[in-house]
Ligand binder design. Sequence first.
Ligand SMILES: NC(=O)c1ccc[n+]([C@@H]2O[C@H](COP(=O)([O-])OP(=O)(O)OC[C@H]3O[C@@H](n4cnc5c(N)ncnc54)[C@H](OP(=O)(O)O)[C@@H]3O)[C@@H](O)[C@H]2O)c1
Length: 158
Amino acid sequence: MNVIVMVDENWAIGKDSDQLVYIAPDLKRFQALTKGHAILLGRKTLDTFPGGKPLKNRRNLILSTREGYEVENAEVFRSIEDVLAVAPKDTFVVGGASVYLQMLPFCDKAYITKVQGAYPADCHFPNLDEDARWRVVEEEGPFLHEDLRFSYVTYQRV
Ligand SMILES: NC(=O)c1ccc[n+]([C@@H]2O[C@H](COP(=O)([O-])OP(=O)(O)OC[C@H]3O[C@@H](n4cnc5c(N)ncnc54)[C@H](OP(=O)(O)O)[C@@H]3O)[C@@H](O)[C@H]2O)c1
């Protein structure tokens, strides 16, 4: 499986149930990379999507323990085991923090958007630069968009 995430220089990913920043070209790239693939996300991250709705043109696999919780145009799973039983190999894990942590062991490619700067944050992604099981295979950037400098760094499990 793949994982895709935007981190700041401390590998922070969110604050108060929202993203740290939104960068239009990065959102475009996210759409392009994940389109046509399954995406896997936690219930709280779904709440941050426009209108709290699943993304179009891809299979949305949502994790939630809530009883009776259903989402139109998405499939809801109650456990990692349940979702692993059906998730295709090319699924993209798209967050949030709790789902990244649980799913990282099942991922072998990581698409990391690194934003320069340190933001106030309350959740993080594991620092792959300090993890010998991961190595950088591609790096693009830095790019500049509305005063934000960011790079696309792709990691592969060794
Ligand atoms: N920087 C980025 O690229 C990026 C991407 C995505 C999200 N984020 C950020 O991440 C933060 C949200 O992360 P989060 O950890 O609070 O929430 P989350 O991972 O999106 O969702 C957590 C919820 O998912 C469900 N869940 C998680 N593990 C489960 C399991 N094993 N079995 C069944 N259900 C499970 C539970 O839902 P129930 O409570 O319904 O049981 C849990 O409360 C936000 O700040 C968001 O903006 C950042």
